[in-house]
Design a binder for this molecule. Structure first.
Ligand code: GDP
Length: 388
């Protein structure tokens, strides 16, 4: 599994070959593990290509040259000139006719390490802060690290990623994953939506818990929905952090109404807890630790099969499974197949009868009987003949 990101082209021949393009190119290069340098196979190499070549060479990253627009069968014969660029791997392709693409993909993924879910044993809880610029993510990281009893590990930043911060609080180890290069290259990443989203996605994949930080005044917008649904897709627990609560005008019922509005906009996230904080004054910031622990536990909760089936059987007794065209759905039994996120396999007589609404009912029953706050839950249905 990997992210493919398109830079939209680096044209150095234009007059406005300015800082913005250089910044974008550098970000793209910095973010990448492998770079595919696409050149036009119907034209001679030009000055533009060599300027880009120099930028890429300097990066020290692995570069594959893809010579595009080669759609004749003797494509290989046309690539020799392009070795002049000085890169080892030169591949003929035709994007339009899908030629040479599987070789290119093989080459791209050749040295990728498999992202193994059963990673090395790690007792640290890794969490990321995701959200738009200026919602207060870096202020919140600082506020967390300034909490009493927080001991920032001296080896912080020496592990996998220079922008991770490892610390201990109440004898528990945490790693704060910085998504936006908050303390690294300033705000450049965030200005360019594509890279900020990519960064957030990468951070989400590496985290045990995601804190979705929003600005109380602005509320939830598209960007937040996008990121939240990615976290859901990845099976990661989410805490919705409403920041700048100190500035928000409050009356009776404000808090409850605010919660309602958030869940209205993120209707698939009603299991995610919401916390109202101020990174500036430190209000309730210490409460976040307890919440992080809680949702991390939910995410790795394991429910014994017998207990699970007891809950399912009670649920079935209260609301009968639906019928369709004279046939009734039968829930035979359930078992938890996986954690992170909790994934339940439910054996049924006929999958087609297992409608979404009944599945949702069962999920709600499971949720109300076990501590699954903050974590997504997955259901897989399998058919099984009843006589077996
Ligand atoms: P980031 O871009 O998400 O990392 O946001 P920053 O942490 O840089 O904060 C953006 C601005 O919001 C800064 O001016 C902060 O001082 C301000 N800010 C952050 N948290 C709070 C808060 O809880 N209350 C108030 N009033 N301002 C805050």
């Amino acid at each position: 599994k990997f992210h493919l990101i398109d830079t939209g082209g680096i044209d150095v021949s234009e007059e406005d070959f300015n800082n913005e393009i250089i910044i974008q190119a550098n970000i793209a290069i910095e973010e990448a593990d492998i770079i595919v340098f696409v050149v036009n196979g119907l034209e001679e190499l030009n000055q533009n290509d060599f300027i880009i070549r120099d930028i890429l060479m300097k990066s020290g990253k692995k570069v594959l040259v893809a010579v595009n627009k080669l759609d004749n069968p003797k494509r290989e014969e046309n690539i020799y000139n392009y070795y002049e660029l000085g890169f080892e791997d030169v591949l003929p392709i035709s994007g339009e006719h899908s030629l040479g693409l599987s070789d290119l993909l093989d080459k791209i993924t050749e040295n990728f390490t498999e992202n193994n879910m059963e990673e090395e044993k790690d007792d640290r809880i890794k969490f990321c802060l995701i959200g738009r610029p200026n919602v207060g993510k870096s202020s919140l990281v600082n506020a967390l690290l300034n909490e009493e009893k927080v001991i920032v590990s001296p080896i912080a930043g020496t592990t996998r990623d220079a922008i991770d911060t490892e610390f201990t609080y109440n004898q528990k180890k945490y790693v704060a994953i910085d998504t936006a290069g908050i303390r690294k290259s300033g705000k450049i990443f965030e200005r360019i939506e594509k890279y900020s989203v990519l960064r957030s996605m990468k951070a989400i994949e590496r985290s045990d818990v995601c804190l979705l930080v929003i600005n109380a005044e602005e509320g939830i917008i598209e960007h937040d929905k996008h990121i939240a649904s990615y976290a859901l897709e990845e099976g990661k627990p989410i805490i919705i952090v409403v920041n700048k609560w100190d500035e928000y005008e409050k009356e009776t019922g404000t808090l409850e109404n605010y919660k309602k509005q958030v869940y209205n906009k993120l209707s698939y996230l009603t299991y995610a807890p919401i916390i109202f904080i101020s990174a500036k004054t430190g209000q309730r910031v210490d409460k976040l630790f307890g919440m992080i622990n809680k949702v991390a536990n939910s995410n790795s909760l394991r429910i014994p099969t017998a207990t699970l089936n007891q809950v399912i059987n009670e649920a079935i007794a209260v609301v009968q499974p639906p019928t369709d065209k004279g046939k009734r759905l039968k829930i035979l039994y359930a078992t938890q197949a996986q954690t992170k996120p909790p994934t339940f396999v439910i054996f049924v007589n006929n999958k087609e009868l297992f409608h979404f609404s009944y599945e949702r009912y069962l999920v709600n029953q499971i949720r109300s009987n076990f501590d699954l706050e903050g974590t997504p839950v997955r259901i897989i249905s399998r058919e099984k003949r009843e006589d077996k």
